[in-house]
Ligand binder design. Structure first.
Ligand code: ATP
Length: 325
């Protein structure tokens, strides 16, 4: 079997709506997901994440391009790999009147998995203590975890999770993050679609950024962050010195953006000869030469939100780009 868990080349898909022109949901998508680890599939609502997952699972037909799971072309060869794939797509449907354990047992029987596996997966998603309660009393987070338990029944090598944190409260999100990290550490390949930049940054080893049905960038999260960090520095002065410091730094050629709290965000102007991060020592020297002393000089930490905005800038994405923030 191929080393890559997922390989997608030039994938295209348009939905045809009566009386309306078609907009491509996937517009030549290229994507490779290596086996092992947690891989984020990040993009604003409507960027094509669910469509990609539906094509991978044989639930939607592509108009062109190829998609492979563990080297097998899908949907044609899906039966050869389907035993290695578990998925949580949109909100899983369970019968509200039955307990979580009973529903997993029914599912286990239908796919030929022994009952002992049900106890294992319930423990894995931390639902074992609530497993005999009816699903109608479960929180959304518990239902999502039950859906993941169902996806784990066959002990799949590849786990595809479509927006598993959607609609969860902060505690539910934290539980989901812990679970996803643990599944990756267990040796599963987790492919996690999300529009939540912070969630992806916290749990994923790699990220692919999707917009309008195309992959704009993909790679290890730390590389994407390093390549697209703003390199800006936050400068805090005493109130009396803030305006003078702003003038000194602007005269030295920096872009200076005052924040509402009096902090100055100092970055390099968008010019070809001014690349690399801003050096706090250089700012300190410039200010000190004019008798201005900074109280704080802090490099702005790179995060996926600013990297995302930087990557999508100039793509003419408008609302599409902003929606993921
Ligand atoms: N069944 C469908 N019929 C018509 N258009 C669709 C259908 N499913 C998706 N689309 C359209 O295809 C585009 C991509 O949608 P998709 O659901 O794949 O994006 P997404 O990134 O998963 O977004 P979301 O997080 O909102 O689900 C959108 O413009 C959407 O309106």
């Amino acid at each position: 079997m191929s080393a890559a868990a997922i390989e997608i080349q030039g994938l295209r898909k348009s939905y045809r709506r009566r009386g309306r022109s078609t907009t491509p949901a996937l517009d030549g998508l290229d994507l490779t997901v290596d086996a092992g680890g947690v891989h984020g599939f990040l993009g604003p609502n409507g960027s094509g994440k669910t469509t990609t997952i539906r094509v991978l699972l044989g639930l939607a037909a592509a108009d062109g391009g190829t998609a492979r799971i563990f080297g097998r072309v899908v949907p044609r060869e899906l039966p050869l790999v389907v035993g290695h794939v578990g998925a949580l797509v949109e909100n899983p449907l369970f019968l509200p009147g039955l307990s979580g354990r009973v529903q997993l047992r029914l599912l286990a029987q239908s796919v030929g998995v022994p009952d002992t596996r049900v106890d294992e997966v319930l423990e894995r998603v931390a639902l074992h203590e609530r497993a005999d309660e009816r699903v109608k009393g479960y929180s959304l987070g518990m239902r999502q975890r039950l859906g993941i338990a169902a996806a784990l029944l066959k002990d799949p090598r590849l786990l595809i999770l479509d927006e598993p944190s959607n609609g969860l409260d902060p505690a539910g999100m934290k539980e989901m993050r812990d679970l996803v990290r643990a599944l990756g550490a267990d040796g599963h390949t987790v492919f996690l679609s999300s529009h939540l930049l912070g969630e992806v940054q916290q749990v994923c080893d790699t990220v692919a950024i999707l917009s309008r049905g195309r992959c704009l960038v993909q790679g290890p999260v730390r590389d994407v962050l390093a390549a697209h960090a703003s390199g800006a520095v936050t400068v805090v002065m005493t109130d009396a010195d803030t305006a003078a410091a702003s003038t000194v730094l602007a005269e030295a050629g920096y872009d200076v953006h005052p924040g509402p709290d009096g902090r100055l965000q100092v970055s390099r102007p968008d010019a070809a000869d001014s690349t690399g991060p801003v050096d706090p020592a250089q700012l300190n020297r410039l200010l000190g030469e004019r008798g201005l002393w900074a109280r704080e000089l802090t490099p702005v930490a790179a995060d996926l939100e600013s990297a995302f905005l930087e990557i999508t800038r100039g793509q003419g994405l408008g609302d599409d780009a902003g929606a993921a923030a």
